[in-house]
Design a protein around this ligand. Structure first.
Ligand code: ADE
Length: 231
C-alpha cells in the first residue's frame, strides 16, 4: 500500500511532512511532492494550492505518477452546521460541488450528466477514523461536505449551500478529490478541522485559526496512517 496525503495549503501539510522519515522531494508539474514513510508506512504528501482545478491536478498526479492506491485529505473547512465549532473534526460521508450549476437545463444543483451530486467516501477508511477517534477520546462529526471555488464569508450563501446539499461544512477541494478517486477507483477519505463559520467573520477567523485547526487535522491523519499500517 502507498498512501497519498493531500492538503490544499502549506499549513495543512507541513505538520505531516515534518514527521516523515526517509524524505525525498520531487518537483513535478509546478508542484512539490514529498515521498517518505511514517511508522514504516510508505506515503506521498503534497499540497495542491487552493481550489478545485489545482486539487484535481494534484490528486491525479499522486495516483497516476506516484502510484498511490489510497488517498487521505487533511485540511480546514468552514462550518455550516451550528454544532461544528472551531477546531472540531468532521469527516465527509460524501462530497458535492455547490458551485456546479446547469439548472438552466432542468438539472439539480451540483449535477452534470454522467456525474452524481454527492460522491460517497470509502466506508472502511471512515471506520478506521472512528476507531482512531474512539481510542483518542475525540469526537468526530460525519456529514456531507460541499466544495466550490469560493471562500464563503456570507451567512446567506452558507445557508443556501446547507439547505440545498444537506451539507454540514464547506471547503474548496474535497469534491475534486472525490471525482478523481471515484473515476480511478481509489479509496479516499476527507478530513477537515473547522477554521471558521463561513459567515461575515470568516476571513478573520480563518487567518487566526488556519494553523491550529490544520494541525488538529494533520495529527489525526498521522494517527490514521499508523492505524492503517498496524492492520
Ligand atoms: N475553508 C475554510 N473555511 C472556508 C470558507 N469559509 N469557505 C471556503 N473554504 C473554506
Amino acid at each position: 500500500m502507498k498512501i497519498a496525503i493531500m492538503g490544499a495549503m502549506p499549513e495543512e501539510v507541513e505538520p505531516i511532512v515534518s514527521q516523515l522519515d526517509n524524505l525525498k522531494k520531487t518537483v513535478y508539474a509546478a508542484n512539490t511532492y514529498y515521498e517518505g514513510s511514517y511508522k514504516g508506512q510508505e506515503v506521498v504528501v503534497a499540497y495542491s494550492k487552493i481550489g478545485k482545478v489545482f486539487a484535481t491536478l494534484t490528486a491525479t498526479i499522486l495516483i497516476e505518477k506516484f502510484n498511490c492506491d489510497t488517498l487521505l485529505f487533511s485540511g480546514v473547512a468552514g462550518a455550516i452546521s451550528d454544532d461544528l465549532k472551531i477546531g472540531d473534526l468532521i469527516i465527509a460521508d460524501g462530497l458535492c460541488q455547490h458551485d456546479l450549476d446547469i439548472t438552466a437545463f432542468g438539472h439539480p444543483y451540483g449535477f452534470v450528466p454522467e456525474g452524481e451530486v454527492c460522491i460517497p467516501t470509502d466506508v472502511s477508511l471512515r471506520n478506521i477514523a472512528k476507531e482512531v477517534a474512539s481510542n483518542k477520546g475525540l469526537t468526530l462529526k460525519e456529514g456531507v461536505i460541499a466544495t466550490g471555488d469560493q471562500f464563503v464569508a456570507n451567512a446567506e450563501r452558507k445557508d443556501w449551500i446547507g439547505d440545498t446539499f444537506k451539507a454540514a461544512a464547506l471547503e474548496m477541494e474535497g469534491a475534486s478529490v472525490a471525482v478523481v478517486c471515484s473515476a480511478l477507483d481509489i479509496p479516499f477519505f476527507i478530513l477537515r478541522a473547522i477554521s471558521d463559520s463561513a459567515d461575515m467573520d470568516a476571513s478573520f477567523n480563518f487567518d487566526e485559526f488556519l494553523e491550529s485547526s490544520a494541525k488538529i487535522s494533520a495529527n489525526f491523519i498521522l494517527s490514521m496512517v499508523a492505524a492503517i499500517q498496524a492492520e
